[in-house]
Every structure is written in structure tokens, then in C-alpha cells.
Design a protein around this ligand. Structure first.
Ligand SMILES: NC(=O)c1ccc[n+]([C@@H]2O[C@H](COP(=O)([O-])OP(=O)(O)OC[C@H]3O[C@@H](n4cnc5c(N)ncnc54)[C@H](OP(=O)(O)O)[C@@H]3O)[C@@H](O)[C@H]2O)c1
Length: 327
């Protein structure tokens, strides 16, 4: 049995519980490919899993990591659309912080030729999440306004660029002027420093309200999000980092015909992930090829320094994606 390097969560806790260990390398099952990982992207979910509040779904690896770039090492039975040696990126349900991972071929896309492994590593989890929530579920249309909270997060930098590329107007919240400048550079027309400004009033004044709101804050923003929305607006939750409970102004929801929804990606059935990845290949990959969407990389750490990478993410100082490298 061949062994590999991986990062294990020794016990629930802070960044220091991440341990570099040797593990048996996985094998490609039917319909899967085995990827020799070059780089892995960090996500908010990895931090939650490490803290012990977001366990991996049934059947998924206990090794953290939801997205990688790398080279195909082996093909499982029935896989025909990839070859050994192909440079690829993949969406995982876990297991990305390791030298090898096995993943359904339907969750793998070619690494765009002009991108490095580091640039490709952070694409899949954020792009598929933004695609399914902002476009698929909330149906953001050309000319509409998207409000995205945390505009410089991995999710935020992706949402701003995709919404802009599809002809929407974008407003983004963030916590500093440096971050606001980055949001504008990526295509946000309106930036709001949530520490000193009221995002709901600004959205109503400058945009006549948001048609879609992508929220990661949760309870404390519920009232503001509802107030920030235009008639027929759609509020989509993908996290509730500051609390799961809030007070909903039902009258405003009724009078404005608002929709409140949300989703998680990791636990969805394989067929649904396959559909989303195929849509991303058709709709988003051309934008990457033509440079209308660019990965925003904050910092790169070797796998052995996963603790420092998590500390960086927890500090909140980062802009864009934090990446671990394997080679
Ligand atoms: N449901 C799903 O399927 C799914 C999939 C992927 C990710 N997610 C979630 O999406 C979130 C973002 O993920 P990520 O990996 O991009 O994380 P990240 O880069 O660490 O982003 C966290 C962001 O939150 C912002 N923030 C904190 N307090 C805020 C506030 N009061 N108002 C506005 N923004 C605030 C921070 O911005 P400032 O520094 O400017 O404060 C930071 O940019 C995570 O919670 C993750 O779990 C969900």
C-alpha cells in the first residue's frame, strides 16, 4: 500500500490541532480519478470542520480540503474523458490537504492552460458555490444588483467577478478601505464599510435595493438584508458566521414578495454536483480562458504549515484565497 502525506485534525480545536501525518493513499474507484495533488485551496468550511462544528458528510474523507489542483495519476473503471497526466482541478467532499485524492470524474475540470496549479487550486469550491447560489437558485439576471457580504473573501472575490461578467451591478461590504479598493478593482460599483456605514440604506439609495443578496453573516444582518432588498428580491444564505437566529419582518417579506433561501454544497448528491460542475464548465470556464475572471490569491503555504495557513484565514486579514502547496 502506498503512503502519502496528509493533514489530520488531531482533535477539535484551534489551528494548532492540525498535524502532518502519513496516511495510506486512496485508490480511484469506479467512475473516479486519482489526482496527485499540487495545491489545495482553504475554505471557511475547513476551519469549521477543525473546530468540530462541521463534520464531513457520510463516506467523505476526514482529511480537510474541498478543492485541489493537480495531475491525474490513475483512472478508475469507466472513466473515459480524462487521461493520466492531465492537469486538472477538482471539487471534493473532503481529503484535499493530502498528496493524493480520489474524486468522481464528474467533479473534475481541466486546469485552464494559462493558470498555474496555485491559481487553479482555489477555483472549484468558490465558483460552484457562487454559481449554484447566485445564478442557479437566486437567478441573478443581467442588469440586476447583487449585494455580496465579505467582498474580499474567497466567495466574495468570486461573486463580484462572476456577477459583473454576467452583466449585473455589484455592491459589496467589507471591513476596511484597502479591502473596498480591491472590491472595486474586481468590478464592484458600490462598496460599503460595514464597520461605519449602513449597507441597507446605501443599497436603497444607490441601487433601488438589491435583487439578490448573498449572505454569510446570518442573524445580525437579517433585518438589514430584508430592508436592503428590492421588490421580488432573493436572499441566499451560505453561512451564518455571526449567528443562526434572527428576527424576520414578515410584513416586508409579504409586501415586497421576497424569497429567503440558502444551501450547502458539500452534502449534495453526486448527480447534482455533476450537473453544477458541467454548468460551470460551460458558463464560467470560457470567462477564465478569456481573462474575464481571475483567481485572487492571498498567500501560499507549504502543506506542513497548514496551521499557519489556518491562522492567516482566522485573522481575517486575507484578501482572496489562501493556498497550500504539496510540491
Ligand atoms: N453553503 C455553502 O455551500 C458554502 C460553500 C462555500 C463557502 N461557504 C461559506 O462562505 C463563507 C465565506 O467563505 P470563504 O472561504 O470565502 O471565507 P473567508 O475568505 O474567510 O471569508 C470570510 C469573510 O467574512 C467577512 N466578514 C466578517 N464579518 C463580516 C461582517 N460583519 N459583514 C460583512 N462581512 C464580514 C470577512 O470580511 P472582512 O475582513 O472585510 O470583515 C471575510 O472576507 C464561509 O462562512 C464559508 O463557510 C458556504
Amino acid at each position: 500500500m502506498s503512503m502519502m502525506r496528509a493533514i489530520e485534525i488531531a482533535e477539535a480545536g484551534g489551528p494548532e490541532v492540525l498535524r502532518l501525518v502519513e496516511r495510506p493513499a486512496p485508490q480511484a474507484g469506479a467512475g473516479e480519478v486519482l489526482i496527485r495533488v499540487a495545491a489545495a485551496g482553504l475554505n471557511g468550511a475547513d476551519l469549521a470542520q477543525r473546530r468540530g462544528v462541521y463534520p464531513p458528510p457520510k463516506g467523505a474523507s476526514d482529511i480537510p480540503g474541498l478543492e485541489v489542483s493537480g495531475t491525474i495519476e490513475a483512472l478508475g473503471e469507466g472513466v473515459e474523458n480524462f487521461a493520466v497526466g492531465d492537469r486538472v482541478v477538482a471539487l471534493l467532499a473532503g481529503g484535499g490537504y493530502a498528496s493524493y485524492c480520489a474524486v468522481p470524474a464528474s467533479q473534475v475540470l481541466p486546469l485552464p492552460v494559462h493558470l498555474s496549479f496555485v491559481e487553479g487550486a482555489g477555483l472549484m469550491e468558490t465558483i460552484v458555490t457562487v454559481w449554484t447560489n447566485v445564478f442557479d437558485i437566486a437567478g441573478l439576471a443581467e442588469g440586476e444588483t447583487l449585494l455580496v457580504h465579505g467582498g474580499t473573501s474567497g466567495i466574495g472575490t468570486t461573486a463580484i467577478q462572476l456577477a459583473k461578467a454576467f452583466g449585473a451591478r455589484v455592491a459589496a461590504t467589507c471591513g476596511s478601505e484597502e479591502k473596498a479598493e480591491m472590491c472595486r478593482k474586481l468590478g464592484a460599483e458600490t462598496t460599503i464599510n460595514y464597520r461605519s456605514e449602513n449597507f441597507a440604506s446605501i443599497l436603497r439609495e444607490r441601487h433601488g435595493g438589491a435583487n439578490v443578496v448573498l449572505d454569510i453573516v446570518g442573524g445580525p444582518y437579517l433585518e438589514g438584508n430584508i430592508r436592503a432588498m428590492a421588490p421580488k428580491g432573493r436572499l441566499v444564505f451560505i453561512a451564518f458566521n455571526h449567528g443562526r437566529m434572527g428576527q424576520l419582518d414578515i410584513a416586508r417579506v409579504m409586501m415586497n414578495g421576497l424569497t429567503v433561501t440558502g444551501s450547502t454544497l458539500r452534502s449534495r448528491p453526486l448527480a447534482e454536483k455533476a450537473r453544477l460542475v458541467a454548468e460551470v464548465r460551460d458558463k464560467v470556464w470560457p470567462l477564465i480562458r478569456t481573462d474575464r475572471f481571475r483567481p485572487v490569491i492571498d498567500q501560499v503555504f507549504p502543506l506542513a504549515h497548514a496551521t499557519a495557513a489556518h491562522q492567516r484565514m482566522e485573522s481575517g486579514a486575507h484578501i482572496g484565497k489562501i493556498i497550500l502547496t504539496l510540491e
